[in-house]
Write a protein that binds this ligand. Structure first.
Ligand code: BEZ
Length: 249
């Protein structure tokens, strides 16, 4: 299970909402439209959505993130994406950024999104796509194995191809209007790969005894240095995105 430290995420993960800024154009929210922000995190993007004049509700399963988002004066529910606390056809649009790849039961989540969306409503989202953070995954898994930890535990996220996800969406009653799969090399803030691992791999790191944890971090960073760090020692993470706009039939 991933654990989120909202303060750490606020410092390290600011690029997540910032780099998805143009996703707003894909959603094109209208004033007073009812929009669900699924996996809203600390609410940074949710606040931007609300500023457009839409009526926005955020949902996240992390209590720390819900608390952080509520501190921005947003309406946020703590809930699982596979069991949403809303009735049939509650929303005109469901939006999601960098959250869908964390959800294990994609079928249950897509069923829920379809249920809470009115017929004709939009589902606009961006998530990790096939090949996402491939170098980070391989290095982290190899180092975990070196220390006697199951490497698969290092990344249980789901990064589908465009074709696979289009099939998933259509199976669940969505008509895909636009979908793109593209690399997004992502410069990391000052804290570099240590900061990234300590933020986005906090759940698994929590389970490793302290003395081993530092060695796991050091070895992973060392392994990634030649491939993800540039001449100025700036880290660039190998993100790949899958972005889509679909309509509920
Ligand atoms: C992503 O946004 O693609 C992502 C971020 C952290 C961990 C895994 C995936």
């Amino acid at each position: 299970m991933q654990r989120w430290d909202a303060q750490q995420y606020g410092q390290i993960g600011g690029f997540v909402p910032d780099l998805a800024a143009d996703l707003m154009e894909w959603l094109a929210p209208l004033p007073n439209e009812r929009v669900l922000d699924l996996g809203c995190g600390d609410g940074r993007f949710t606040a931007r959505l609300q500023a457009t004049g839409a009526t926005v509700i955020g949902v996240d399963c992390s209590p720390a993130m819900v608390e952080a988002a509520r501190s921005r004066n947003l309406i946020v529910e703590e809930a699982d994406a596979t069991a949403l606390p809303f009735g049939y056809a509650t929303f005109d649009a469901v939006f999601s950024n960098a959250a869908l790849h964390w959800i294990r039961d994609q079928d249950a989540m897509l069923r829920e999104v379809r249920r809470v969306l009115r017929p004709g409503g939009r589902f606009v989202a961006e998530m990790g796509g096939h090949g996402n953070i491939a170098a980070i995954r391989v290095a982290f898994a190899a180092v975990l194995e070196r220390y006697g930890i199951d490497g698969d535990a290092g990344d249980r996220n789901y990064y589908p191809t465009a074709r696979a996800y289009e099939e998933q969406l259509s199976k669940h009653g969505f008509l895909v209007e636009r979908m793109v799969h593209f690399p997004r090399p992502t410069p990391l803030p000052e804290a570099g790969m240590f900061g990234w691992l300590n933020t986005f791999r906090l759940g698994i790191l929590d389970e490793i005894p302290t003395e081993k944890r530092q060695r796991v971090l050091n070895d992973t960073v060392k392994m990634l240095l030649p491939v993800l760090c540039d001449e100025q020692r700036r880290w660039i993470a190998d993100y790949v995105r899958l972005r889509f706009a679909a309509r509920a039939r």
